[in-house]
Ligand binder design. Structure first.
Ligand code: FES
Length: 186
């Protein structure tokens, strides 16, 4: 299915302090107040939600203020789009890949825009802990990135695993820039 939908203006950007999910489905948007605790909660949405979230999703980056994060359901998985602050970008760039469990630079986790430039202010990743699949909480943990409360994995501001049992960095989904301010995931 190759349908796509564009993020509506008002309801899709979350205040990350609320820890809620926004489920952005193909052709429709559904908001659900599900606490960001565990992947099973998402799985309980069932096949209908998975089916709705198939295809690709276009996201207007101008709707995500700096320091905010969009959380959406895409192909049955939570995807985070975070508009990082300068401090978050600086921290992500400062880490030496040689010190990481899953060595990867911050730049390697970014996709160039239509002009071929990296846009480090926007981090797009699959919001699933690589240990047993819980959904990490943002702006938390010892590295100020994401924290998985299930078994205490700490991710940095690039979504890379820094401490705890998770073996890999959070995954980067396939995405591209449609314009300088719109990306397409999927
Ligand atoms: S599922 Fe995240 S630490 Fe175990």
């Amino acid at each position: 299915m190759s349908e796509s939908s564009t993020m509506p203006a008002d309801t899709d950007v979350e205040d990350s302090s609320k820890r809620d999910f926004i489920f952005l489905a193909t052709g429709a948007t559904a908001a659900a107040g599900v606490a960001a605790v565990g992947w099973p909660l998402v799985a309980q949405m069932g096949k209908a939600a998975d089916t709705l979230a198939a295809g690709s999703i276009e996201i207007d980056l101008t709707k995500i203020a700096q320091g905010q994060q969009l959380k959406m359901l895409w192909r049955g998985k939570p995807v985070f789009v975070r508009h990082r602050t300068a401090a978050e970008i600086e921290k992500a760039a400062a880490a030496d890949p040689a010190d990481l469990k899953d060595p990867q630079t911050d730049e390697e986790r970014l996709t160039p825009d239509t002009s071929g430039n990296l846009r480090p202010e926007f981090l797009v990743m699959v919001g699933v802990c690589t240990h047993f699949g819980c959904v990490p909480v943002g702006e938390a943990g010892e590295f100020d990135g994401w924290y998985c409360p299930c078994h205490a994995s700490h991710y940095d501001t690039s979504g890379r695993i820094r401490k705890g049992p998770a073996p890999k960095n959070m995954a980067i989904p396939p995405y591209s820039f449609v314009t300088d301010s719109v990306i397409k995931v999927g």
